[in-house]
Every structure is written in structure tokens, then in C-alpha cells.
Design a protein around this ligand. Structure first.
Ligand SMILES: O=P(O)(O)O[C@@H]1C[C@H](O)[C@@H](CO)O1
Length: 313
């Protein structure tokens, strides 16, 4: 009976797409130049813009895409080889247009490892961006504040990351290296561009944002569970200021391909370090609500930074 109802659900289209996705998930290696060309061609068929800047919007931070002028919106479902977004607060659109006059491609919604995608697929859009001409990437995320001086609604300029999901073997560059993208052993000594970080902090000060701007280290977990108190104490003790479930793998692939990166963590909840605490545990709703409440400030900050960079991009 259960098998019959499953079968009756299967249309040829459904069967085709599930086979393709299953094939993609079986592949453990990083995506190569020729394969990514197909995804890239599928995007280029739908636009004649040549973006110089790429943006990835974190949970509840997709409003940044609405700042883009003359937008062309391409749902991920219409791009060959692009998985759908399954997480609330991630619309699942590629938005192309002009941000502060700069031709930009923006992911209004990102892909996460915990959605079931291998690390190479989570980061595949970065390579697509590289092939369509992007040289500078701005990433945003929602994150928990491990640093107990941080408050909900603080915005942290990311100065470094700890790619814990990569350190446990789920690294996006595993597999034969494609030298057309970058070297076999890329250095990660300066993952987040020094000049861009400086510009971000200076711009935040000019906008009167000093009371909620921070600079610190982001740690990537796989998720989807939030951290236990002991895990949090450990992560804080090794130098992390914020913790989340994204970003570092994307940044590693961007740096491998020689892109300049600027990153922001929106602190959406203060992480609980105490055992058996009565404090309210984090929820994704809280994450999105807090991100939404501060989103306009982050949008203004990013727009102003991009305006200042316009002549150099
Ligand atoms: O996509 P980001 O990293 O901004 O989203 C964070 C991490 C999880 O996806 C989710 C948890 O609430 O928010």
C-alpha cells in the first residue's frame, strides 16, 4: 500500500530530477571546470549582465537582494544542476543587477551541508560566480554569539574562521584538484581581505554603527543541531567569537579561486555556556526575527561599502 502511493507520486519529470540529484549526491569530489560550465551556461542563457561582485545572504538576510537595481531574478529551480533551498529564510533565487552601480550576482538563500548536500555542492555556486567574472565576494550569515560580550543584533566583521566541518573531513576541495580553479594546497593565512575589513569597520563608524559593530572569528559547524554547553565552551576556548552552520566552506572555495572576501556575522542569539541553564534555548524563528530586525543596518553598511569600492571592482 505504501509502495503504491509512492509510485503514484512518480511523474517522469520527478523521476528525472530525483535521479539527477541522487547522481550529484553520490559524487564526493569537488566539481570540475567542465561540469561547472553547464551550470554557468544555464545562468548565462538567462542574463547578459557581467557581475563583478558576488553576495551570499544568510538566514533572514535576503533583503539585501531587494537593494539591487534592475533585478533579474532566477529561481534556483530554473538553473540546471542547482539544488533548491529547503531552509526557511532562504528564498532560493539568484538575483542579478546593480548594487550601488556595481554589476552584482546575489544568492538570495544559500545551500547548507545539513540539507544533505556534499561540501562540494554547497560551494558549487562560488565556482559558477568565478566563471561569470566575480572577483570579490561578500558573505553574510546568522550566527550565535560565543563571545559573551556580544549581544543579539551585533554585527561582526569576520577576521578569520575555524572551518570545523572541513577539519572533520567534509572539505569542499577534497578530490582531484582542478588547477584551472586554483592550487592543490591553497594557503588560508588571510581568508578575509585586510583592506575590505578595514573599509567595513571604518564605514560602520561613519554610519554611526560603532555600538554594535565587532570584529572576530567565526566557527563553522555542520549543524543542524545547535551546540551543547560543553561544545560551546570548547569552541570559545579555541578562539571563536561566533558559531554558525555555513560560510567557511564557501570562503575556502572562493580563496582557492583567488577571490577577495569580506564576511559579516549577524549575532542572532547569545550562546548558552552554562549547564542545565534555564535560559531560553535558540530557535530558527528567533534567528530569523533577530536577523530581520537588524537587516536594514547591514544592508546600508554593505551598500555603502560597495559604493566606495565601485571604481576598483
Ligand atoms: O545560512 P546561515 O548560516 O546564515 O544560517 C544560520 C545557520 C543555520 O542555517 C540557521 C540556524 O538557525 O541559521
Amino acid at each position: 500500500m505504501a509502495a503504491m502511493s509512492l509510485l503514484s507520486f512518480e511523474t517522469p519529470e520527478r523521476r528525472r530530477s530525483s535521479v539527477n540529484l541522487a547522481e550529484m549526491h553520490r559524487k564526493v569530489s569537488q566539481i570540475e571546470h567542465d561540469e561547472i560550465q553547464k551550470v554557468t551556461s544555464s545562468v548565462l542563457e538567462k542574463t547578459n549582465l557581467c557581475p563583478k561582485l558576488g553576495i551570499i545572504c544568510g538566514s533572514g538576510l535576503g533583503g539585501l537582494a531587494n537593494e539591487i537595481k534592475d533585478p533579474q531574478v532566477i529561481p534556483y529551480a530554473e538553473i540546471e544542476g542547482f539544488p533548491k533551498c529547503t531552509v526557511q529564510g532562504h528564498a532560493g533565487n539568484l538575483v542579478l543587477g546593480y548594487l550601488s552601480g556595481v554589476p552584482t550576482v546575489c544568492m538570495q538563500g544559500r545551500l547548507h551541508f545539513y540539507e544533505g548536500h556534499p561540501a562540494w555542492l554547497v560551494t558549487m555556486p562560488i565556482r559558477m560566480m568565478k566563471l561569470i567574472g566575480v572577483e570579490t565576494l561578500i558573505v553574510t550569515n546568522a550566527a550565535g554569539g560565543l563571545n559573551q560580550d556580544y549581544k543579539s543584533g551585533d554585527v561582526m566583521v569576520i577576521k578569520d574562521h575555524i572551518n570545523m566541518v572541513g577539519m572533520t573531513g567534509h572539505h569542499p576541495l577534497v578530490g582531484p584538484n582542478d588547477d584551472k580553479f586554483g592550487p592543490r594546497f591553497p594557503a588560508m593565512t588571510v581568508p578575509y581581505d585586510r583592506e575590505l575589513r578595514h573599509l567595513a569597520l571604518q564605514t560602520a563608524e561613519e554610519l554611526g554603527f560603532s555600538s554594535f559593530i565587532r570584529e572576530g572569528v567565526y566557527l563553522s559547524l555542520s549543524g543542524p543541531s545547535y551546540e551543547t554547553p560543553s561544545e560551546s565552551i570548547f569552541m570559545r576556548s579555541i578562539g571563536a567569537d561566533t558559531v554558525g552552520m555555513s560560510t567557511a566552506p564557501e570562503v575556502v572555495v572562493a580563496r582557492h579561486a583567488g577571490m577577495r572576501v569580506l564576511g559579516f556575522s549577524m549575532v542572532t542569539n547569545v550562546v548558552i555556556l552554562e549547564l542545565d541553564s534555564d535560559a531560553i534555548p535558540p530557535t530558527h524563528q528567533e534567528v530569523m526575527d533577530t536577523a530581520n530586525a537588524r537587516a536594514k543596518d547591514l544592508q546600508l553598511l554593505v551598500k555603502t561599502i560597495v559604493g566606495k569600492l565601485a571604481s576598483t571592482l
